[in-house]
Design a protein around this ligand. Structure first.
Ligand SMILES: Nc1ncnc2c1ncn2[C@@H]1O[C@H](COP(=O)(O)OP(=O)(O)OP(=O)(O)O)[C@@H](O)[C@H]1O
Ligand SMILES: [Mg+2]
Length: 242
């Protein structure tokens, strides 16, 4: 059964078509990589999926219910949430307080706090609960972002470049944790990441955006052979990948 169905999704910003007629279906427990050059529309697509951006055209169904145009907290309560590109945890709060804030979506404070401890445990950060985010390492912050998202108790989790600041070895640790969240907790994951080695290792399927259009949808092996994808990545029209 399909958990997410996007149909002809389009987002315009004035004359710019940031997402252009994108359609895809996602099955429960898939791990999907969403890739594409800078400015391809990945973050805009995520924002649309979680209700932060209204589509100009098209529709989005989650669990068979139409959700496009619904408010972010409504979609979060239904069970889909995203992390924010370049928006870190609050640096001068403890890790536990950061994660607890997200738990308040569904629970009063006491329960939210207990849930936050559990979420930190699930990403291996329980012993760092009382540390200020400022004093955490980059991989700990990345996992902290994941824990904060988990505290909204999602079934579908959209991760927007949470591994951007990490070394390949640090990424391997985060990838392992993300796999466990799928295998053990049954989460469906959609992951945006520019680091090709990481995305190829983690994803079972790749969606490729270029100038707002979905140009490929297939296994990592298929997509890496796709001529349009190769051209999109080698073409000179884009800024450097970060
Ligand atoms: N709120 C906005 N208003 C106007 N234009 C926007 C807005 N948000 C994004 N854009 C434009 O839409 C296009 C897609 O941007 P988006 O951030 O979705 O790309 P991206 O694939 O996430 O890129 P990156 O890999 O650099 O994060 C870009 O041309 C961007 O400048
Ligand atoms: Mg982006």
């Amino acid at each position: 059964m399909t958990i997410l169905q996007a149909q002809d999704l389009t987002v315009r910003f004035g004359g710019l078509v940031a997402v252009n007629g994108v359609s895809f279906g996602i099955e429960p427990k898939e791990i999907i990589g969403l890739i594409g050059p800078n400015g391809a529309g990945k973050t805009t697509l995520f924002s649309m999926m979680v209700g932060l951006q209204r589509p100009t055209a098209g529709s989005m169904h989650f669990d068979g219910q139409r959700i496009d145009g619904r408010r972010p907290h409504v979609i979060a309560r239904q069970g889909m949430t995203k992390t924010f590109q370049n928006t870190a945890l609050f640096p001068e709060m403890t890790l536990l307080d950061n994660v607890t804030t997200a738990g308040l979506l569904r629970h009063p404070l006491r329960e939210a706090r207990a849930l936050a401890v559990d979420c930190l445990d699930r990403v291996g950060l329980k012993q760092f609960a009382d540390i200020d985010v400022d004093d955490l390492t980059f991989p700990q912050r990345a996992l902290g972002e994941v824990a904060r998202a988990l505290a909204t108790q999602p079934r579908v989790l959209l991760l927007d470049e949470v591994m951007a600041a990490l070394t390949p070895m640090e990424m391997d640790g985060v990838i392992q944790t993300l796999r466990e969240l799928r295998d053990r907790d049954g989460l469906t994951l959609v992951v945006v990441e520019h680091h090709m080695r990481a995305i190829m290792r983690l994803s079972e399927r790749l969606l490729v955006l270029n100038f707002g259009k979905l140009i490929a949808d297939g296994s990592p092996a298929e997509v890496s052979q796709n001529e349009e994808v190769i051209k999109a990545y080698l073409g000179g029209d884009h800024a450097q990948h970060h």
